[in-house]
Write a protein that binds this ligand. Sequence first.
Ligand SMILES: [Zn+2]
Length: 506
Amino acid sequence: MKRLIPLLCLLCFLACNSREQSSTRGAEAESQPAEAAARPLELNPVYHQLYEAHEKYREPTIRQQRFKQADIEPLIQRLQLPFQTRKAGQSIEGRSIYLVQLGNGPKTVLLWSQMHGDESTATMALLDIFNFFSTSDEFDPLRRQLLNELTLYFIPMLNPDGAERFQRRNAIDIDLNRDALRLQCPEAQILKTIRDQTQAQWGFNLHDQSRYYGAGYEPATASISFLAPAFNLTKDINEVRGNAMRLIGLLNQTLQEYIPNKVARYDDEFEPRAFGDNIQKWGTSTILIESGGLANDPEKQELRRLNFTALMAAFEAIASGRYTQSNIQDYEKIPFNNNNAFHDLILREAQIQKNGQWFTVDLGFRHAQADYNNHKAYYPRATLADIGDLSTFHAYESFDARGYRIVPGLTYTKALPNLSALRQLDIAALLRQGYTTFQLQQEPKRQEWAEIPAEITGPGKKPSNEIRLNGNPSFLLQKDGAFHYAVINGFLYDLKKVGKGIPQKR
Ligand SMILES: [Zn+2]
């Protein structure tokens, strides 16, 4: 008994002491987020060095957003050690879907791109990441660290049949991101199988979003949007989802240097059929990255670079544990996506005559991609997407049209034989006289004259120049009796600046 008493005392002391310590830790944990939120995260300077060095790793054979599985297959097949590459399965139409594995570390990361066939930005970034890891240079210490700490699993282009047509859905028109539960499509089965086999701790769900989304209510595009998807209807935050939020906080801060205020986050409404939400539920900390629009980046090459930078920063932050310095408030400070915020062109406060009266209106144009050459190329086709008070909307290009009258374009009096006859005319001079529409006896394909600021119709056809919603009218802006600007196919041309020949966009 005598010998037991000191032992009991010791046990009691240890137990009390450990409770003490744990309660102290608890108090620290509670006070930490407020303090941490006040000071910015310390980013590793290597993130910026990677951004600067990206051009060296940019895959030179892929230079635009439209490419197909056949274009990237040889790039995947040529990968050598330390890469391990295998065919994970095939699409409905028999195109191979690959799994690329890299590294031997204990922390497992799964990335999949282009589940939607027309969302290719991240696939380009993954190819650049493969080139990065195929190189030896001043980043070798980083490479060694990442390969020792991480095992990376990549599925580049999960939906090759959709990519073949540059469309969202797969060959049987199913949205793979609504097939996570029913698993009817082989592409969805492949993703589910690899997730289950790898039991990845981290998941990156890589998409593109509309270029018309804004970041909050600022006049800023949502060029990159994030989401740590909810895993239930009540949007609870457990450790798995909390870690995804922390890492997003770090990635947001990384990207702010290059696209200030142009980072947003998705609404976290739970979607029971989507992969991101379910993969979060299955225990993988899941991060959705959406590439949106960025001014002067039509082929998304700067967005590709930002994807490369964000993913490489994520790898480093997971390998080093740096993401734990971030907190959930950092995530919650990111503004929400504003889903209908932008137009390509807004003319503000122009005068329009309707039913014999004059009205002050804003006109908002958006461009869609009309594709040809087996979906490999496209030309922009405009729609008058909105008309009225657009003062709450932003635009890639805004024009103050106060004092200008909208005048529908005229049809040129003489029908022309063909396109080369039209090219020989002084189109700028004709626009200044109000002619926007030309009748050609041989009507060319739209893509053959996409760069000409004119509307072409067949002989005897009337132009569709009425200013109405969802139309694509050609018109002029008139002031003091002269035409100063033309709007054709949703592009604005300054007629004062143009000389002889084909005018350029403003
Ligand atoms: Zn998508």
